[in-house]
Design a protein around this ligand. Structure first.
Ligand code: KIV
Ligand code: ZN
Length: 390
């Protein structure tokens, strides 16, 4: 067994309640947010971004209440780069045992054009706002939004300003899911090499999934020196979503041989919170979603089922129990074979002799051709009919 206690710790920053809730239609009620925050806290998430306090009275109330109730997680609120946002954010998070202010501004050419600030004016705004946040709270995170499309020299310059103004975490967002793993790693490495003071702060990676690379980009950033991953349950988030918490946490666990970093997350709580987030957000999890999809631990084909019945490692790289499931599922359908049918019938209390199994198998295949999935009641009816007919 590997001794993980000496491995570098990667902080898990969950933003289901902020970036996740920004998905059109994913709005959650006050009580649902409190419930999800309590589960995140209990499962060992390090930082919970509980909302955007200036966005609405409801967001302010939810962040304040989550801050009051959190036991071990840091509670973070989001604020744009202005004093009003930052003060409102502090008023909400200050109730927490471990509060954090997260302030951001878009630094790429496209984003600089929106507030119509030139490079120097923006640099000045960053200095003022991070200083202001740091005067309120000793735990300040700063993000250059659209960092992956920001000129490298300017990115280094503004990150240095934010660090000098007191930021303790610098988050590097791939706001539009544009980067790729090699580039994601190179960006973190460049910042660590070029920015004075970079050694004394934590770099975070915040990826979106527009090109389906959010998980790979986050892990590449960690290998290059990032020590905080920003993510959401089920990858909930704007457009194609954010990095999925369950994917990065399980990847670091299962491939710890090549990615030797530890997290504090109790992975056995993953399935329960995934289902709860799907219910309260109204965003169903796709069947073949990694880790938490209905089919992630299900095997229908005869060859796979036979292999699984002999040794589960033949077709599974992790144990379903490690994410909180009771076991592998071998749903019976038209691709299933005799071995799975025999095992299933045994589970249902029917120890079939070979000729009975052969008969049941023929009837089962005929049924499976007509139905997408064959359920326990179908099988019971099938053997009972068979017994009556013989
Ligand atoms: O994607 C993004 O850039 C963000 C920032 C607010 C950090 O969510
Ligand atoms: Zn985001």
């Amino acid at each position: 067994m590997t001794d993980k206690s000496t491995q570098p710790r990667v902080l898990i920053f969950d933003t289901t309640l902020r970036d996740g809730e920004q998905s059109p239609g994913a709005t959650m009620t006050h009580d649902e947010k409190l419930e999800i925050a309590a589960s995140l806290d209990e499962m060992g998430v390090d930082i919970i971004e509980a909302g955007f306090p200036i966005a609405s009275e409801g967001d302010f109330a939810a962040v304040s209440e989550i801050a009051r109730q959190a036991k071990t997680a840091q509670i973070c609120g989001l604020a744009r780069a202005n004093f009003k946002d930052i003060d409102r954010c502090w008023d909400a998070v200050k109730h927490a045992r471990f509060p954090r202010i997260h302030t951001f501004i878009g630094t790429s050419p496209l984003h600089r054009a929106i507030p119509n600030l030139d490079m120097d004016q923006m640099a000045e705004r960053i200095h003022e706002t991070v200083t202001h946040a740091r005067n309120l709270c000793d735990n300040v995170q700063w993000s250059p939004m659209d960092a992956t499309r920001t000129e490298h020299d300017y990115l280094c310059r503004v990150v240095e300003i934010a660090i000098k103004a007191g930021a303790t975490t610098i988050n590097i967002p791939d706001t539009v899911g544009y980067t790729a793993p090699r580039e994601s790693a190179a960006l973190i490495r460049m910042l660590l090499d070029r920015v004075p003071g970079a050694d004394n702060i934590i770099f975070a990676t915040h990826c979106h999934n527009d090109l389906g690379m959010a998980t790979a980009n986050s892990l590449a950033a960690v290998e290059a020196g990032a020590r905080q991953i920003e993510c959401t349950i089920n990858g909930l988030g704007e457009r194609a979503g954010n990095t999925a918490l369950e994917e990065v946490v399980m990847a670091l666990r299962v491939r710890n041989d090549i990615m030797p970093y530890r997290t504090g997350v109790d992975t056995t709580k993953i399935m329960a919170i995934s289902r709860r987030v799907a219910t309260v957000s109204g965003f169903a999890v796709q069947f073949n979603k990694a880790i938490v999809g209905k089919n992630a631990f299900a095997h229908e084909s005869g060859i796979h089922q036979d292999g699984m019945l002999k040794n589960r490692e033949t077709f599974e790289v992790m144990r379903p129990e490690d994410v909180g499931l009771s076991g592998t599922s071998l749903p019976l359908g038209k691709h299933s074979g005799r071995a799975a049918l025999r095992a299933k019938m045994k589970d249902l209390g029917f120890d079939l002799a070979d000729n009975q199994l052969n008969d049941a198998f023929v009837r089962f295949k005929a049924l499976a051709d007509r139905k997408k999935e064959v359920f326990d009641d179908d099988l019971i009816a099938l053997v009972q009919d068979s017994a009556t007919n013989t």
